[in-house]
Design a protein around this ligand. Structure first.
Ligand SMILES: C[S@@+](CC[C@H](N)C(=O)[O-])C[C@H]1O[C@@H](n2cnc3c(N)ncnc32)[C@H](O)[C@@H]1O
Length: 193
């Protein structure tokens, strides 16, 4: 989709070309209580990564789509963010339990259902002891037949994050329509010792 969009960044349906408002709201509330090294999963055109960098985080960000990363470099030529083209399923070994804050917005729901558990494990695996995952996902209690993309995530898929060592610190569900809801919250890996 990024390649098809070319220079027309507005042609990518999820790209708002501004930081995700609920993330900004959370960061405003968290203040200096969260800081350090941050990772943005599926960083798209880079707005969330740039927001974190603006707030003083040392930011790494990755996306599978080379065009998204290329456009990001064009949009933010002076950026301090370390952007790379990378696959969630083959992350650098050095990212293992490395980040104080990991931001995951709408990547899980873009992946085929059979890849969700491995994806959730890979994301959780980047959170440092004492670190947090900030998550936003469209959700439904069970998969519906014939559903089209994005495919909402289920509680069972989100539970993989807990099985991988994270615990919910805050969690909110915003009902959208019948059984469809947004899940927004943070999970934390317990500190060492
Ligand atoms: C729905 S978009 C969300 C982008 C951004 N997080 C946002 O909320 O605007 C999902 C993103 O995940 C990326 N993605 C999909 N599969 C991936 C993978 N295996 N590894 C890394 N990124 C992936 C896509 O290229 C896309 O940018």
């Amino acid at each position: 989709m990024y390649a098809a969009a070319g220079d027309d960044l507005t042609a990518v349906p999820w790209a708002n070309l501004k930081p995700f408002p609920l993330l900004v709201e959370w960061l405003d509330g968290a203040g200096t209580a969260v800081s350090g090294a941050a990772l943005v999963v599926g960083s798209g055109y880079g707005d969330d990564a740039e927001e974190l960098a603006r707030r003083g985080f040392a930011v790494s960000a990755f996306d599978l789509a080379p065009t998204a990363i290329e456009r990001t470099h064009e949009r933010f030529p002076e950026s301090t963010v370390e952007y790379r083209v990378a696959d969630l399923f083959e992350l650098p070994a050095g990212w293992r339990e490395r980040f104080d804050l990991v931001v995951e917005i709408r990547t899980l729901q873009s992946l085929p259902i059979e890849e969700r558990a491995a994806a959730a494990r890979a994301i959780a695996g980047t959170v440092a002891p004492g670190g947090r995952l900030w998550l936003f996902a469209l959700a439904r209690d069970a998969h519906a037949r014939g559903e089209t993309r994005p495919w909402p995530v289920t509680p069972a898929e989100l539970a993989v994050l807990e099985a991988a060592g994270l615990a919910w610190e805050s969690r909110r569900e915003d009902l959208l329509d019948a059984d469809l809801y947004d899940v927004v919250g943070t999970l934390r890996r317990p500190p060492l010792g």
